[in-house]
Design a protein. Structure first.
Lengths: 433, 353
């Protein structure tokens, strides 16, 4: 099949219509002390200490920023152990044994609207920084840096596209809490002093369009926010693609969108901003999807950050068939990371766990059909990069701009010969650094 | 309660693949698209066509099978009847064999068919490393090989004009449309009462195959459009320059296997460039070469030569310094200049003929 193909079968029907379950009382939670951006940390509590819900228990040190670590339940501090992170690496985690009382820390309180209305950009940046909010769509980039931008912003775009197959946690989040999304967006608009914002959704997600427009009309008639329906293809949720479709501005690779007066936030991050500013709360709970064709009852679950995925799989009644080999993916099935154990922990930035039957695809010879070239959202030529990797020709890899690849996985998805093209391009990126 | 955990495999993203996409489907589609033409060939030439088609396919398959068995033997692998590299299973050899058979004249002796088939598949495909690695279109290579080696044996048996094809008739006096009075455009279109290679005659049936391939997205439709369009453009320029009827254009487009070559041979993805612009330029170059060979060359027909010559340049279309998957403004300007130049070159050439 030689064609430009951006439609990816989306499998969202598995969970899209299911109401979100609540699983907020695990026996213990495990809080990451390291992540992909922060390698070192300090812990301010010791084993046996009692901590409260929302209390700061330590700080992670990143390259140019620091992230406070917060307890997501109230209870007793346990040991520091090692567990797998979303990125597939083993990192240090601290255990907190739940006392099921959910006693809030004194820092957790509701800010009156009158105070919020008078807040400036600096105030809000300070709060978001203190509550260590990061990009919850998966990037993990500190939100306070984005929110503190000095560039003139004309439009804010909220990314509610969720273009990866299987995922439905953002979908449920908007459907069930549209006010929180819009209020969070209102705070961001206030901070950046912008009067125009867009919420980008996929055009097939009509329920979201209806609920958002209705809430906007009834509750927030004063806000200039539009809900835009974008295409149903993949990777519509990639920022550059989303901006281009929504606003007609193509941000060149290597440049920040703020330069063009645009800024994008993920919809979960927006709700995080709402929690931080309204309730003075760090990200302690999040919407989560467990799905895939190898789990018995796929579910949307509202969980504490730090819950073990193993427990969540039990909530879904376990695996479909214990005889069959499976693949466990943290994140979406196109870009997520495969992990080797179910004993991983839900971090702030994990949107989902996908449990798939393991399929060994039989690779055939490349017939140069060109589908990967036609489909690549960054207009690269994956097959040529692959051939360059095979003969280890770094000049060609550089000449073909392999480092612009966003690893969306579309080239391997569309491949007529079922070759894992994405892996070769990834190798090229590594080789040319 | 401890749940039993199945074996967890580690893979890399993406974990999904497009359903229903595979090489076999693509190659099988080409074979299916060739069926109307094949049936027409058998209807028209009877046993001669059956002989050519079966000899061609069987000898290509046999050559490939023996080749891979020898390669495995040289690699000290254990002999197995079912060879792992043999591509019968994905239709590619059958497709090559069928295309090769359909571009042969109906009176070709069986040993010539066989020699061409074996030469084409061994030197056009296997020697480069088999499916996906070949530089030349095996069918075109085999056809040109028998044309230059056994030219006198390659006669056309239908005696409308003593076995000469339309392009053969006009080869000596290329602008004399009166010579073509025996070939009506309608006959060229349907393939009735026209001599020629067994599968190339019926334009309408070839187009049906092309439409099928386009609907199944099993080929790149831009190549034949650019190819045929270029031939029509150049023929049109010549017709206007010489002040002859528009039938000259139709005659060039409908005769000599141009449409067959454009749809079934030039579009072979393995021997064409990778990007959309590259494929358009490739089609243009094919059209230009075909037309030049037709009106200036010694041979009446240029499709096979054009395809083989352009096959050699595919890698330069894909050279990393100028390949681009989008058409840029600069490319548009250069391409327009090249098109104008090619028309100028053709007209200057024509004024000397």
């Amino acid at each position: 099949m030689i064609k430009k193909s951006k439609k990816v079968k989306d499998y969202k029907l598995l969970t899209k219509a299911l109401p979100t379950l609540r699983y907020l009382d695990p026996h213990s939670v495990f809080i990451h002390l390291q992540n992909s951006r922060c390698k070192t940390y300090d812990v301010s509590v010791k084993e046996g200490d009692r901590v409260l819900f929302g209390e700061q228990i330590g700080v992670r040190h990143g390259g140019f920023f620091e992230q406070p670590v917060h307890a997501t339940v109230s209870g007793t501090v346990g040991k520091i152990t090692k567990k797998l992170h979303r990125t597939g690496r083993k990192v240090d985690v601290i255990e907190i044994k739940n006392d099921f009382l959910d006693t809030p820390h004194e820092s957790v309180y509701d800010r009156p609207d009158a105070i919020i209305e008078k807040m400036t950009q600096a105030d809000m940046v300070e709060i978001v920084k203190e509550k260590s909010l990061v990009g919850l769509g998966g990037s993990g980039f500190p939100t306070y840096i984005k929110l503190g931008t000095k560039e003139k912003i004309n439009t804010i775009v909220i990314n509610a596209v969720e273009c990866e197959p299987y995922l439905s946690s953002d979908y449920r989040l908007i459907l069930e809490h549209p006010e929180e999304v819009i209020t969070g967006l209102k705070y961001i608009m206030q901070a950046l002093n912008v009067d125009h914002a867009l919420i980008a959704i996929k055009s097939m997600k009509n329920p979201l369009y209806e609920v958002l427009t209705q809430v906007l009309e009834v509750r927030f008639p004063e806000l200039n926010i539009q809900v835009v329906k974008l295409g149903n293809y993949y990777p519509q949720g990639w920022e550059v693609e989303m901006f281009e479709q929504a606003l007609g501005i193509r941000v060149p690779p290597g440049e920040l969108p703020t330069k063009y007066g645009i800024i994008g936030f993920n919809v979960s991050t927006t709700v995080g901003v709402f929690d931080a500013i309204k309730h003075n709360l760090p990200v302690t709970k999040r919407h989560f999807t467990i799905t895939g064709d190898a789990v018995k009852f796929p579910q949307n679950i509202f969980v504490r950050v730090g819950t073990s995925v193993k427990e969540l799989i039990d909530v879904c009644d376990g695996f479909l068939d214990v005889e069959e080999d499976i693949v466990i993916v943290m994140g979406g099935p196109m870009m997520g990371t495969s992990v080797t154990t179910s004993d991983v922990v839900v971090s702030k930035t994990t949107t989902s766990v996908i449990i798939l039957k393991d399929i060994q695809y039989k690779e055939e010879q490349c017939v140069r059909c060109g589908s990967c070239v036609y489909s690549c959202p960054t207009h690269l030529q994956p097959v040529q990069i692959m051939n360059a990797v095979k003969r280890n020709d770094k000049d060609v890899m550089k000449g073909l701009n392999a480092n612009e690849c966003i690893e969306c996985g579309l080239c391997a998805y569309v491949c007529t010969s079922k070759i894992h093209v994405t892996d070769y391009v990834r190798k090229a990126k590594k080789l040319i650094g | 309660m401890e749940t039993v955990i199945p074996k967890i495999i580690r893979r890399t993203s993406p974990y999904l693949r497009r359903p229903k996409a595979n090489v076999t489907r693509m190659m099988r589609d080409v074979t299916i698209a060739l069926l109307p033409v094949t049936i027409f060939a058998i209807y028209k030439f009877g046993m001669a066509a059956v002989m050519i088609i079966s000899v061609s396919i069987l000898s290509m398959m046999a050559a490939e099978y023996i080749y891979y068995q020898i390669v495995d033997k040289l690699d000290d692998e254990k002999f197995k009847w079912k060879n792992k590299s043999f591509t019968l299973y994905n239709f590619s050899t059958i497709t090559s064999g069928l295309i090769y058979a359909l571009i042969l004249p109906d009176a070709t002796p069986w040993f010539v068919v066989m020699i061409g088939a074996v030469f084409g598949v061994v030197f056009g495909k296997l020697i480069f490393g088999g499916l996906g690695q070949n530089i030349f279109n095996p069918a075109a290579l085999g056809r040109v090989f028998v044309l230059v080696s056994f030219g006198t044996l390659m006669v056309f048996d239908v005696d409308t004009v003593a076995g000469a094809t339309p392009l053969g008739v006009i080869n000596d006096d290329i602008f004399n449309l009166a010579l073509l009075s025996d070939f009506s455009i309608m006959n060229l279109f349907t393939g009735m009462a026209i001599p020629g290679s067994i599968g190339e005659m019926s334009v309408i049936l070839i187009l049906i195959g092309g439409v099928y391939l386009a609907l199944r997205t099993s080929f790149e439709v831009r190549i034949p459009i650019a190819y045929i369009g270029t031939v029509a453009l150049l023929a049109g320029a010549v017709a206007i320059y010489k002040g002859i009827s528009y039938e000259y254009v139709l005659f060039h487009v409908f005769s000599g296997g141009l449409i067959f070559g454009a749809i079934f041979m030039a579009t072979d993805p393995i021997t064409s460039p990778l990007t959309i612009p590259g494929r358009i330029y490739f089609g243009f170059a094919l059209g230009f070469l075909t037309f030049i060979i037709r009106i200036f060359g010694a041979y009446p027909e240029g499709v096979m030569f054009a395809i083989l010559i352009m096959n050699m340049f595919v890698s330069s279309f894909d050279y990393y310094k100028w390949t681009n998957s989008k058409i840029t403004k600069r490319q548009k300007i250069i391409f327009s200049i090249v098109v104008l130049l090619s028309i100028a070159v053709t007209l200057v050439g024509v004024s000397y003929v």
